[in-house]
Design a binder for this molecule. Structure first.
Ligand SMILES: [Zn+2]
Length: 284
């Protein structure tokens, strides 16, 4: 099977996927999968033919790599899930009324279920063995919140790139997990124009982008986590984390810049078909 994820880097982004992972972990770890119900042949790609082999297995841990959710099972099996654009999990103590887009239902040994729902079906669910390299995971760049990434690494990976820094930040080979929304937020906080050529981003600027990336993503994860505590977690919604915090620049076209020393109006532009928001005075 061949995999391509081009053209599908909308939402959710790293913080939302991390939030979903944490929510799933709290509900699934330690339980056994009694049954996996597949209500169609596949999503973005066909489901693997051995999907039923996970029935009876215990869920050992749940981790995130980039925007992939990795559900680690007994027998060295890993269930890989990507939420695509509209994928989400619903956790139900007892299976509720099936909804139209409930494509996969994981039945657990305490009668609860984790239901994967995805109207647009850009999501991915696959199964692979630990130790094997899943083709979707091989070429991924560094995790932005790990010690494998810093301003110097960013600088050296972008200094020969002619594209705009915003597009480069969203390139999953450069750094993973940043999409359209957080790219705008990070560059606003860094004071760097989304239109600046990546090759014109200095080492100092790259260090600032790294620092702001870590701050912005961590704050978003924290706000996603606080949403979970509010008990809204019945829907493990990929969009969940977006609702609980206001953006500094994203989706604020025509509104006043949030910098106290600036009276500029936030400008919206379209880059490669994607909305970009920035302050032309604060971001250079
Ligand atoms: Zn401003």
């Amino acid at each position: 099977m061949s995999f391509s994820t081009s053209g599908c880097e909308n939402m959710p982004e790293l913080p939302e996927v991390e939030t979903v992972c944490r929510g799933l972990a709290g509900h699934l770890i330690g339980k056994h999968i009694v049954k996996i119900e597949l209500n169609r042949d596949g999503l973005r790609f066909p489901f693997p033919s051995n999907m039923k082999s996970i029935e009876g297995l215990k869920i050992k841990s749940i981790n995130r790599r980039a925007k992939y959710i990795l559900i680690e099972l007994e027998n060295n099996s890993t269930l890989l899930v990507h939420l695509g654009m509209t994928g989400r999990f619903k956790l139900e103590n007892l299976r509720g009324t099936p909804e139209k887009h409930d494509h996969v239902v994981i039945h657990l040994d305490d009668n609860s279920t984790a239901v994967y729902t995805d109207p647009r079906r850009f999501g991915i669910i696959d199964l692979f063995e630990r130790g094997q390299n899943h083709p979707l995971l091989i070429k991924l760049g560094p995790e932005p919140l790990s010690s494998n990434w810093d301003g110097e690494i960013l600088h050296s990976s972008i200094k020969n790139r002619k594209s705009a820094i915003k597009s480069v930040l969203m390139n999953q080979h450069v750094v993973v997990g940043i999409g359209n929304i957080y790219a705008s937020e990070i560059l606003y906080r860094s004071g760097i124009s989304p239109n600046r050529k990546a090759s014109n981003v200095s080492s100092t600027m790259a260090n600032r982008i790294h620092k702001c990336t870590v701050e912005v993503l961590k704050e978003a994860i924290d706000s996603g986590g606080s949403t979970l505590k509010d008990g809204q977690f019945v829907d493990v919604n990929g969009k969940l984390g977006y609702f609980s915090h206001g953006f500094s620049v994203y989706d604020r076209e025509g509104e006043m810049c949030k910098n106290n020393n600036c009276t500029n109006i936030i400008k919206k532009s379209i880059h490669q078909g994607r909305s970009t928001y920035h302050c032309t005075r604060c971001q250079r």
